[in-house]
Structures are given as C-alpha cells and as structure tokens.
Design a protein around this ligand. Structure first.
Ligand code: ZN
Length: 427
C-alpha cells in the first residue's frame, strides 16, 4: 500500500494530476468516465462512474438493488490540493543578473520548508488548438531542477536562528536562470516544451513541486517522508477503498469526492463550498429512480467521512498538544473532534467510525485540539452545513503538516484504507 501511495504522490504534483490519476485508477477498476454535462440517466450506476472537473473528482457506485424509498449515501470526502508556490500570469522578472519567476503563495505554506529545494513545475496549460477556435487544456509537468528559492547566507543574517522572517512578496521568488530575461521567457519555455508556438500558449495554472521522491525513513523504515501527504494520503486511501469494494450493499450509493481548493477555504466552482457534491448526489438519486423528496430523505439517512491529515504528537513540542489527546504515527486512523465544529464529528458519527475501525481490525485514535490554540478545519463542516448530512472527520496522523515535505507512519496508509473500505461497505 505504501509503494502505491508513493506512486500516486509522484504522479500527482498538482491537483489536476491528482484528479486525473484518481479517475484513471477508477477506470481500470471498471468505473466509466463521465462529465458533469452528460446525461447521468444513461449511466450504469452498478458499474459506477467517475466525473472529473479540474482538480476535483466525484465517483460513485450503487448497489445492485436500490429502492429509492430506502436509498442512502455513504460518502468519503478528501482534497487534492496542497499549499505551495504558484506562478503568476506575468511571471518573468529580473534582478541583478538573475532571471526569476514571480509566484503567489497558495494556502497556509510553511514558507521556510520551500527554501533551498530543487523545484520542478506542473499544472494545466490552455493552448490554442491549431484546427479550431476552442482552446485545449493539457496537463503539463517538468521534473527537471528548474528553479530554487535560495536562502540568505547566515553571514548576511546573523540573527536568523532566533527567528526566521520571510516576506511573502520579497523573499519567496525563485531563481531560474542567469542573464537578461526576455519579456516572455516563461511562455517561450513552455511553448518549446509543449512544441507549440509561444502565441499558442494562452494561459496557465502552474505550481512548484519539490523533486525529492517519497522515501521510507527511520531505523526500521517505520516512517515515510513525502510531499503532499496532506491530503494525497487520504485521496489515495479513498480511491483504493472504492476501487477495492467487492459489492456495494443494497439501497446504497458509495460515493468518493476529492475536492480542490480546501487549502484556501473551499469557495470555488470545484471546492467543497460549491454545489458540486449536492448536485451529484441528487443526480445519482434521480438516476436510481428517485425524485427530490426521495433524495432529501436519502440525505437524512446518509453519512460522510471527511478524510484529512491529523496532527500526530510532536516529540519536541509536547506543550502544543492537548495532553489527553496525543495521536502517534502508526497508531491507526484518528477521529478528530471539536466542540466548536471546526471538525464535524459528533458522538454518533464518532461511534460509527470507531465501529468501522474495529470491523477492519485496525486501532483508532482520538484528537482534540489544545484549548489555547486556534484549531484548523477541513471539508467536513462545509459538507455538513451545505448538505445537512452527518459527518465524521478522520485522518492519518502526521508531522510537519503544510511543509513542502511531510512525515507519516508507514503502517497508517493501509490502516486508513482498510477502515474506509469497511465504512463504504457497511456505513
Ligand atoms: Zn488537508
């Protein structure tokens, strides 16, 4: 399972890649590829289908027998995006003989973790199609050591170890060449790489990724280090749980949704704040013969697992944790709770996920945030409030969340996948 996760992380430097690879994995498991604009009434829901839109995927499989009066959804939600550096639309800059690429900070980046790393670029490019007027969107990646954000030498910043201060506009601009830049250097580079004319490159959503591959780590390989563990580890577990599901129970639609834009608050056309999941569920209910009343009744019987990274206790910062809630690496999935509903778990959904872990034969842990620190959030509360659906927030424990390279436990991916598999099969 860990090697398969490594492959997924390496194949997914951007959310667009993460969604495309997930959809392709589901296609090999027998689910059809569909579009939001298709007529879903034509789909065979028993075989299942996956719909991809940008960095978001919705996939579903239904039981062989569904009575619309007894329909329920079992949903697993996760997110494909990770904090990183994203190229501006006019990125070319020069200073003092260097060529640089202007970037914006996407999400809650641990800025220091991006210093002195050899970075590649990836994303989606919109190019003018030579044959017609509608432009084509292509996935693109460059895994050469293309650029780097060089840290200032300690001799020029003697106080740096008393507190590194990084200005998001001034200090995070990567270098990617020497000498005078041409005004359109990045566009020309992209055009050459895509083998098109520079004026055929119309626009891009491009971001940086660390080139270091995932690796087992530790004396016995009991940990692993990789980029984007938050939240590709949950995406991978969710997709494998759906792909590996032998049979969906009667009167059930098993749904996986991987959203883009969680790290920036989920308000976008393909984020958890959009109607994309609610619309998909209602259309699935229709395809299974249900009307709106039956759909709304189905939602009331349904359950969603929001799977996202959880904070393992940090050995060097024990004072940052609630002493009675200290998840450990390789301790199994973490059920996350918060009285102010930064996590959507309640006692009933908590219990149901705990039972699923028991049935899967994996241990589980519980997280509650320290009272004097603001708590993060997930797609869980957004999904709960958009749909009026019961949600449990869970995730594998990890360290270094939002670093360019995070740290997890080597046994946790298989345990999360097993628990999600039981959850999809039983609810
Ligand atoms: Zn996350």
């Amino acid at each position: 399972m860990l090697e398969a996760l490594f492959d997924y992380i390496e194949a997914s430097p951007s959310p667009y890649h993460a969604a495309a690879v997930a959809a392709e994995r589901l296609r090999t498991a027998g689910l059809a590829e569909a579009r939001r604009s298709d007529d879903w009434g034509e789909l065979d829901l028993t075989a299942g289908f996956a719909v991809r839109d940008g960095g978001t995927v919705v996939a579903a499989r239904a039981g062989a027998r569904v009575d619309p009066d007894r329909l329920r959804f079992i949903v697993i939600g996760a997110h494909t995006d990770s904090p990183n550096l994203r190229l501006r639309p006019v990125p070319d800059a020069d200073a003092l003989g260097y060529q640089q690429l202007g970037v914006e900070i996407y999400g809650g980046v641990l800025l220091n973790s991006w210093l002195d790393r050899d970075l590649g670029l990836s994303g989606r490019i919109v190019v003018r199609d030579g044959t017609g007027d509608s432009p084509a969107t292509v996935l693109w990646r460059c895994d050469r050591a293309l650029m780097r954000v060089p840290q200032l030498a300690i001799h020029l910043d003697r106080d740096v170890n008393d507190g590194l201060k990084l200005d998001r506009q001034q200090h995070m601009t990567p270098v990617w060449g020497l000498g005078e830049p041409s005004a359109d250097g990045f566009r020309e580079f992209l055009a050459a790489d895509l083998d098109v004319e520079p004026d055929a490159v119309l626009a891009w959503d491009v971001m940086a990724h660390d080139l270091t591959p995932p690796a087992r780590l530790g004396r016995h390989g009991e940990m692993y280090a990789a980029a984007r563990i938050d939240n590709l580890a949950s995406c991978h577990a969710a997709i494998e749980a759906l792909a590996g599901l032998e049979a969906v129970p009667a009167n059930t639609a098993a749904v996986v949704v991987l959203f883009d834009h969680e790290e920036i608050g989920s308000d976008s056309a393909t984020g958890a704040g959009s109607p994309i999941l609610a619309d998909a569920l209602e259309r699935i209910a229709h395809s299974l013969g249900g009307d709106r009343e039956q759909y709304l009744r189905a939602v009331a019987r349904s359950l969603c697992v929001s799977a996202d990274g959880a904070h393992a206790v940090h050995p060097n910062y024990p004072e940052r944790h609630e002493p009675a809630h200290v998840p450990v690496l390789n301790g199994g999935p973490v059920i996350k709770t918060n009285a102010n509903v930064r996590y959507a778990t309640d006692a009933r959904t908590h219990a149901r996920f705990a039972v699923a872990c028991d049935a899967a034969g994996v241990p589980h842990q519980v997280y509650s945030h320290r009272g004097n620190l603001p708590c993060g959030s997930t797609i869980g509360p957004i999904t709960a409030s958009r749909l009026g659906m019961s949600v449990v927030d869970v995730g594998s424990p990890q360290l270094s969340m939002h670093s360019a390279r995070e740290l997890g436990g080597s046994d946790d991916p298989a345990m999360l996948t097993a628990a999600l598999g039981v959850f999809l099969a039983n609810g």
